[in-house]
Design a protein around this ligand. Structure first.
Ligand SMILES: NC(=O)c1ccc[n+]([C@@H]2O[C@H](COP(=O)([O-])OP(=O)(O)OC[C@H]3O[C@@H](n4cnc5c(N)ncnc54)[C@H](O)[C@@H]3O)[C@@H](O)[C@H]2O)c1
Length: 287
């Protein structure tokens, strides 16, 4: 039997230095990869650099990392707003949840990279098959869906687009394992697995408060008492209201707008008011 060789991954470019990109860049560097963190916003790059330093220092304080390991991890990281510096074997994209933005970024990156570069998207809900179709090298496009906070959460949904090559799936699964994660290969279906199942956790919770049947605090307290690590409202604040609302809309539309998955007006208003959760200091709670 002929087995195609896996791609060699030495350098990873993480695009987007927000909630997810910052955590993914940290785990990439900790796993030993030369890591380029790219964002169009310099302030986000600086925020990410500080967050990674702080997170590594906490690990040193807890004796989970030596000071030398912290320094070598930081030495492997480069922060840049210049796309010409984004030459990598693997791109992991964690920018805004908009299909056209992701396709456009992959096509810009293709101009500075060779044909072997793999393009993985951290999208929570956009069809990888659609993203791949918008690029010039569709067989090298796949999903690599990390969970929040990326430094801690073990699961990575590895999403196979219709066009994705088998060696690409094997390679990014191996990268996830090198990052001490658990890769699970999923089909390219709306919301993949976790976000499809979890939609109801958020939507039904918001329906309860829309109908005045419970308060935000009630719902969170009860769900946490049943064993969930975080109640739905705290979780939405952690994820970011814009991201969570965007995912709800994409999954709802992709499934033909079923009534049971209708996005919530409460969440829509929070997005419109700019109350996006922890990242803006206010969401369902104040921070
Ligand atoms: N927040 C979560 O809990 C979560 C979990 C899993 C997956 N995701 C997915 O990860 C992606 C990022 O989510 P996030 O919460 O980190 O978003 P975020 O809003 O915290 O950060 C997005 C970052 O992308 C940057 N950006 C925007 N356009 C860019 C471009 N063209 N090139 C480079 N940088 C650009 C922004 O400046 C910002 O720093 C989304 O696709 C989202 O669906 C989010």
């Amino acid at each position: 039997m002929y087995l195609a060789a896996m791609h060699t991954i030495n350098t990873i470019c993480v695009c987007g230095a927000g909630t997810m990109g910052s955590g993914i860049a940290q785990v990439a560097a900790q796993a030993g990869y030369h890591t380029i963190q790219f964002d169009v916003n310099e302030a986000m790059l600086e925020k990410s650099r500080q967050a990674i330093e702080k997170s590594l220092q906490i690990m040193v304080d807890k004796q989970r990392l030596t000071p030398e390991q912290k320094d070598t991890t930081l030495d492997r990281l480069v922060f840049t707003a210049d796309i010409r510096q984004c030459r990598a074997d693997l791109v992991i994209e964690a920018i805004i949840e908009k299909k056209d933005a992701k396709i456009s970024l992959f096509n810009q990156l293709a101009e500075v990279n060779g044909a072997g570069t793999i393009y993985a998207s951290n999208t929570s809900s956009i069809s990888l098959t659609d993203i791949a179709a918008g690029t010039g090298n569709a067989s090298n496009v796949a999903g690599m869906h990390f969970f929040n906070p990326a430094q801690l959460m073990k699961l990575v949904e590895v999403v196979k687009a219709h066009q994705t090559g088998e060696t690409v799936i094997e390679t990014i699964s191996a990268v996830a394992r090198q990052m001490q994660k658990t890769p699970v290969v999923c089909k390219d279906a709306p919301g993949f697995i976790v976000n499809r199942v979890a939609r109801h956790y958020y939507l039904e919770a918001m329906r309860l408060i829309e109908l005045n049947l419970a308060t935000v605090e009630n719902v969170d307290e009860i769900m946490e008492a049943t064993g969930f690590k975080m109640g739905p409202f705290k979780l939405m604040d952690l994820i970011g209201m814009d991201i969570n609302f965007g995912v709800s809309n994409i999954v709802w539309e992709a499934l033909g707008k079923p009534e049971r998955l209708t996005p919530s007006i409460v969440q829509q208003q929070k997005v419109e008011a700019g109350n996006l959760g922890r990242k803006t200091g206010k969401g369902f709670y104040e921070y």
